[in-house]
Unconditional design. Sequence first.
Length: 507
Amino acid sequence: MSTTLRAARPTETERRPGRWLALSVLVLAVLLVAVDATVLGLATPFISEDLRPSGNQLLWIGDVYSFVIAGLLVTMGGLGDRIGRKRILLGGATAFGAVSVLNAYATTPELMILARALLGVAGATLMPATLALIRNLFHDPRERSLAVGVWGAMASAGTAVGPIVGGFLLEHFWWGSVFLINLPVMAVLVLVGARTLPESRNPHPGPWDLASVVLSLAGMIGVVYAIKEAASHGFSPAVLGTGLLGVAALSGFVRRQFTLPVPLLDMRLFWRRGFSGAVLADLLTVLGMSGLVFFLSQYLQLVQGRRPFEAGLAELPAAVGAVVTGLVAGRAARRFSVRAVVSGGLAAVGLALAALTTLTRTTGYPLLGAALLVVGVGAGFSFTVTADVILSSVPKEQAGAASAVSETAYELGAALGIALLGSIVTGVYRGFTGPAGTPAAAHESLGGAVEAASDLPAHTAQALLTAARDSFVQGLHLAAGAGAVVLLATSAAAWFLLKNQKLENSP
C-alpha cells in the first residue's frame, strides 16, 4: 500500500509571504556547518605539522565533532520543538562562531580535540532546526521539495566553497584562519534571522525528560567510541565494556520513550517503512563515503603535491554535481519513483568509489574529477529525496525530532566511516617499510612522514616519501573498495525498503 501522505490545500495564510527570504537565512546555517566540515580536511596537514598529533589524535580531531553531534542531535531536536526552533538556531549559531575562535587558536592536540567537541555541541543545534523550520515554512509539498533541494544544494555549495576559500587562506595565512571564516557567516545569520525567521514549536511538547537526554548521549557516544577504538586498536576489556554500556543506555532510552506520555523521540516514527528506510540509507551512504572523503585532501596535497587552493578546486566537481541534482531531485522522484532515484543515485556513488580503487600516486585528474562528479550527482539525488521523505512522513509538530533523527544518521555515519574506513587507511599506512633511519613519527601519519623527510638526506627522504605515499594509496584502495561495497548494498536495500514510497503532491 502506498505510504503517500496527502496534505490539505495550503491557504494564503499558510503560504507565508517571507518564506523564501527566511529560507535564505536557514541555508546560511547549513553553509556554516558544511564549510567547517570541509576546511578541516584541507587544514589537516598543517595542523599535523604545527600541533604534531599522533595518528590516533589526528583521527580524534577529525571525528570527535561528529561523535558529539551524533550524541546530541536528538536532544537538540527535541529541545527546539519545546523552546522554539528559531531560538535554538540563533543561540547555536552564536555559540558556533565563538567556539570557532577557540579552534583557530588551539595550541595543542588535546585543546584542538576539546575545541572540536565544543563545536559539535553548538553544531548539534543547527541542522535539525533548519530542516524543522523548512517543514513549518513550506506547507505545499512541491514548494517544500524545492526548499529541501535548495537546502541540500547549499550544503553541497559549502563543500565547494569551503575547500576553495580554505585553500586560499592556507596559502596566505596560518591554518587557524580557516575556522575564522565562520564568523561573518554567523553574524549575518543571527542579525538577519532575528528579523525574518518565524518562531515555531510543538504546541503540546510535554515535560523535558533529563533521563532520556542522558541515556541518549551516553549510549550514542559509548557505542561510537567502542567501534572506533576496536577498529583502531582491536577489542579490549575496556572497549568491550564501553560498547556494552552504550548499547545498554540506548536500549534504556528506547524503552523509556515507549513509557513516556510525550517522549523525547517518538519511536513509532520508525514503524513507517519509508521513514526508517530513508534514515538507514542516509546512515550507510555517509558511512561508505566519509572515510575516503576525509583522506582525499591528504591524497591531493601530500601524495600528489597539489597546493591547498588547487586541492580545493580539484574537489569542486562533487559539489557541482550535488548542487545541480539536488534542485531537480524532487521532480525526478515524482516523475519516476522515489526508490528509482535513491537506489540509482547510490549505485552511481558505489561505482564511482569502485573506480577510485585504481588510483596511483601519479593518476591524472580526469579520472579523479569524473569520479567525484558522479559521486556528487548520485549523492545529490539520494540525500535530497530521503530528506524530503523523512520530513513529509511526520506531522509538523514533530519536525524537529524527525530532522534530528535524519541528521543523527548522517553524523553517525560520518563518525563510523572515519573510524572504520579511516582506521583501514591508517592501519595499512603504518605497515610500510621505510629506509634505515626512518623515525617513528613517520609511521603515525603521512603528514608526519613529510615532516620527518625534511630533516633527512635527500636520497633517504625520497625513499621514505615513496614508501609512505605508496602505502597510503594502498590504504585508500581498501577504503574505496569497502565504501563501494557498502554503497552498492545500500542501493539494493533502498530498492526494497522504499517500495511504493511517494513524495506528496500539491492538491
